[in-house]
Design a protein. Structure first.
Length: 292
């Protein structure tokens, strides 16, 4: 019966694990709904902001603003520094979610270094920071206080110093690796170029605006806001993607635990039935021996 007790222990262990994964699945489902609402509510504002900038930017104005100007590459005397913001989660148990983001960041770092840039890594999230620390790569900045409820203030604090460095000509490029939240089941990693700002496509017919103040003053305020909003969208989409990936991972773990339980219970029942049959056979044999 020692083997039977071991099976019983394994059954209890798997049952407890299934309770935990099921609970985590339900928690992630609840958090996913709120995170998805933040993603959806952020999109109309970003689209309206891009539309206004598209109406304001002209080729002449594009040369007046540092955030729109494209510096020369390092090989032609341009700034040699580039910054990469990597957004991951603070917690694991989300399948390949964080590893896919890290893989995309490593791909971009290799590509930028091949172009001659010295890449400075800014890690938002414990998982990405921990991985590159393990590799021995120094981090320019590290943030683990944002969590899964990012705000516009968080986004501004992440990118503010980088905006100033780019305007001063000390930084040649700024990109962000984050999750693109297409749906709860589709959260691929993506890279967004933040600086220089890629002005939205110019419209063929410009609306007849009466502007006050003038376009230069408006762009002076809107361009940094556009970059901060892009960072905010990257943060909220990554947060939503984390919950979607964790819900899927925990559902798969719960289903797998159920399948393991079925196998263990069948094995335990077979062994128990065999033991009972053997005991009955021994009793019958003993009775027959006593009867002569």
């Amino acid at each position: 019966m020692a083997k039977g007790r071991q099976l019983k222990g394994r059954i209890n262990s798997v049952q407890n694990t299934r309770k935990i994964t099921r609970t985590m699945e339900l928690v992630s489902t609840s958090k996913l709904k709120r995170a998805q609402d933040r993603v959806i509510s952020a999109r109309p504002y970003a689209e309206a902001l891009a539309s206004v900038i598209a109406d304001l930017v002209t080729p002449e104005l594009a040369q007046q603003f540092p955030l729109l100007r494209r510096p020369a590459p390092p090989a032609k005397g341009g700034p040699s520094r580039a910054a990469l913001i990597l957004v991951t989660s603070n917690r694991g148990l989300a399948g390949a979610f964080n590893s896919n983001l890290i893989k995309e960041a490593r791909r971009r770092i290799a590509a930028l270094e091949a172009e001659g840039y010295t890449v400075e890594l800014h890690a938002v999230g414990k998982k990405g920071a921990g991985f590159f620390k393990y590799l021995g790569r120094p981090l320019k900045a590290e943030r683990q206080d944002i969590g899964d409820k990012p705000t516009a203030e968080h986004a501004a604090s992440v990118v503010e110093s980088l905006l100033q460095e780019f305007e001063a000509g000390q930084l040649g490029l700024l990109e962000m690796v984050h999750c693109h939240f297409a749906s709860a089941l589709s959260t691929p990693p993506t890279t967004t170029r933040l600086l220089p700002v890629d002005a939205p496509a110019e419209r063929t017919r410009r609306p007849d605006y009466l502007l006050k103040p003038n376009p230069e003053e408006l762009l002076q305020q809107l361009l940094p806001l556009y970059v901060r909003n892009a960072v905010y969208r990257g943060l909220v989409e990554t947060a939503a993607g984390e919950h979607g990936a964790r819900r899927t991972a925990m559902k798969n773990a719960t289903d797998n635990a159920g399948e393991i339980l079925e196998v263990l219970k069948r094995t335990y029942n077979r062994q128990r039935q065999a033991a009972i049959t053997q005991e009955i056979s021994e009793i019958v044999g003993g009775a027959a021996a006593l009867q002569g």
